[in-house]
Design a protein around this ligand. Structure first.
Ligand code: PLP
Length: 415
């Protein structure tokens, strides 16, 4: 389609031809809002409130402690892990839903350190979402200086791997730029040097096909509250390849990871399966809602999700670059859709007030310091006409200098 014919009607026609469009109906979004922040907190599935009500009133209120068995609370981390596994290219028994991404990363990095006792270095991406690097630094500190963290940028990672590398722990899709790392190539490079490959899937799970098994990944972690729509603070997931299960202790040896949790033995004996990565009692209310989001994903085809995601982000880039030309936006994501996750970032010196003005106009994206405005596109509930309307509102804000108003200069705690 040429630019002359690209108008709102053309976008509506794309929506009409979109096989995923009916899934929009399974989400509740405020009227008039264009939600481009599903990469930070996914939208609420319509079934979430009813499910929460049922867990609170029936499972908890009426059945009380019996629900650990009768409602399957105790097995929920493993059952949801098995349900999530196909979206990650993992086998049954390789994924568990529990705790937070930060906590799960601590567990798998520590397991990796234990699996490579003769090696010293953990490699991470310096510009990654900082918690990953902070956690790795904590893991290293806990070894009393035996292990160190080396921070590299994307083009330096392959060369940094050597016979002293314990593991490479990279976020598959970069949180800020949206750059997609080559999971197969980095995993193969790490393993050729005898190192392990650990993947953070926070910005890929539910947004694009992931093939942990096909890439022979060792461990992975990720959250369920972004593209998987599990709800604020919903439990994360942890993948451990079958071959590593029962091979090394993760250090948070709580009773849910014990071989016989209800034997109440004085000494720790690990499970020899994925449950060795559990710690203790899980937030059942929050975890139950993960299933509502997962069920929508399982009704959709992941290749269709990826195809639509690439089309939405291509359209957004094209519209911003043409309709906001001269307003100082510089693309900060890969231009090639195949190298880009489901988000688009632009650098702009006045990114913060511009994003505030956009949010006030009902277009929800976010700002990442120092100068990045970031837009996530969840194909399950964002359409092509939404992209048109979002850019339309941006044009109004830029052409009318609306972002210069004093109320858009104030900083909130969470951006
Ligand atoms: C969102 C995100 C996290 C979140 O970690 P929490 O433990 O849930 O706070 C971690 N790492 C990356 C790369 C993320 O994108």
């Amino acid at each position: 389609m040429t630019l002359d014919t690209l108008d709102r009607a053309a976008c509506e026609a794309m929506d009409a031809a979109d096989p995923l469009a009916p899934l929009r109906n399974r989400f509740d979004l405020p009227e008039g809002m264009i939600y481009l922040d599903g990469n930070s907190l996914g939208a609420m599935p319509k079934g979430a409130a009813a499910r929460a009500h049922d867990v609170v009133t029936r499972e908890w209120g009426t059945d009380l402690i019996k629900s650990w068995n009768s409602a399957g609370w105790f097995d929920l981390p493993v059952r949801l892990g098995d349900k999530l596994a196909p979206l990650l290219g993992a086998a049954p028994g390789e994924v568990v839903v529990c705790d937070s991404t930060s906590q799960n990363l601590f567990k798998v990095l520590s397991a990796a350190v234990a699996l490579r006792p003769e090696r010293r270095v953990l490699i991470l991406e310096g510009s990654n979402f900082p918690t990953n690097n902070y956690i790795a630094q904590g893991v290293a500190a806990a070894t009393g200086g035996r292990v160190e963290v080396r921070l590299c940028e994307k083009d330096e990672i392959a060369d940094a791997i050597d016979e002293d590398t314990i593991a490479v722990a990279i976020t598959h899709v970069h949180y800020k730029s949206g750059h997609v790392h080559d999971m197969a190539a980095i995993t193969a490079r790490a393993q050729a040097a005898g190192a392990l490959a650990i993947w953070d899937l926070c910005h890929s799970a539910g947004a694009m096909p992931v093939d942990l098994g096909g890439c022979n990944a060792d461990f992975a972690v990720g959250c369920t509250y972004k593209y998987l729509n599990g709800g604020p603070g919903s439990p994360a997931f942890l993948f451990a390849a079958q071959r590593h299960q029962g091979q090394a202790l993760q250090p948070v040896t709580g009773w849910w990871g014990h071989a016989a949790p209800f034997a109440f033995e004085p000494g720790y004996r690990p499970q020899h399966d994925i449950r060795q990565f559990l710690i203790g009692t899980q937030p059942i209310l929050s975890m139950a809602l993960v299933e509502v989001g997962l069920d929508i994903h399982l009704a959709a085809d992941m290749d269709a999700i990826r195809a639509k995601s690439m089309a939405l982000t291509d359209l957004f880039i094209r519209l911003v670059e043409t309709r906001c030309a001269g307003h100082g936006f510089k693309l900060a994501s890969p231009r090639d859709a195949a190298a880009r996750g489901s988000q688009v970032s632009f650098a702009h010196a006045d990114g913060y007030p511009i994003m505030r003005a956009l949010i006030a106009a009902g277009v929800i994206g976010d700002f990442r310091a120092p100068d990045t405005v970031r837009f996530g596109f969840t194909p399950l509930y964002v359409g092509f006409a939404d992209v048109w309307d979002a850019v339309d509102r941006l044009v109004t804000i830029m052409d009318g200098d609306i972002w210069k108003l004093p109320e858009h200069q104030v900083r909130d705690a969470v951006t």
